[in-house]
Design a protein around this ligand. Structure first.
Ligand code: IMP
Ligand code: MG
Length: 181
């Protein structure tokens, strides 16, 4: 079956995402005016949001990538955060912008932010495309949020279900039978 046919409904369409990404880029341009932030893509989920965001930003940036694990193959958080790939950049004294796909329990970013702060950056800000505040287990307030969503498992635009659906161009909800396979 074709990928799009696994989708029950589109929660946030391509045009809505693109418009919001432009707004966020404008806000970030103002925040970092005259500076040169290290913009960090949290792999893999934020790769698409990250690419669209930095493409729309006009301030100078450096980009870097980090991979952390918090979820297994399924839909439930394991609460454990491990660094699978670290930054190549020395962030001491730098302005760091973490780009995340979604904040759920908050555990991933809570530990990640604490860890990066130990490296004495000038600042650490978080921009997340999606936020599910209802699911929060630890205090975690992103500085910038694309969309606040209800407590539903979403895929697409970088987000996966067991590594599938990351290349869907929109944020969608899967049909129940997909999880029951
Ligand atoms: P947290 O540590 O619980 O905040 O989890 C954040 C991470 O869980 C995100 O970076 C995603 O990789 C994953 N995640 C949480 N909710 C969803 C979802 O609805 N769809 C896909 N991945 C999700
Ligand atoms: Mg992720």
């Amino acid at each position: 079956m074709e990928m799009h046919q696994h989708v029950e409904r589109i929660m946030i369409g391509e045009e809505k995402i693109a418009a919001r990404v432009k707004e966020l880029a404008l806000q970030l341009d103002k925040l970092y005016e005259g500076r040169k932030p290290v913009v960090v893509c949290i792999l893999k989920g934020s790769f698409m949001f990250f690419a669209d965001l930095v493409r729309n930003m006009k301030v100078e940036t450096e980009i870097d990538f980090m991979a952390v694990s918090s979820y297994g193959g399924g839909t439930v958080s394991t609460r454990e955060v491990k660094i699978k790939k670290d930054l190549a950049t020395d962030i001491k004294g730098r302005d760091v912008l973490i780009v995340e796909d979604i904040i759920d329990s908050g555990n991933t970013l809570y530990s990640l932010k604490r860890l990066l702060n130990e490296r004495a950056p000038a600042s650490v800000n978080i921009v997340t495309l999606l936020d599910k505040p209802e699911r929060r287990e630890v205090p975690m307030e992103p500085e910038y949020t694309g969309f606040v969503i209800e407590d539903e498992f979403v895929v697409g635009y970088g987000l996966d279900y067991a590594e599938d659906y990351r290349n869907l161009p929109y944020i969608g909800i899967l049909k129940r039978e997909v999880y029951e396979k």
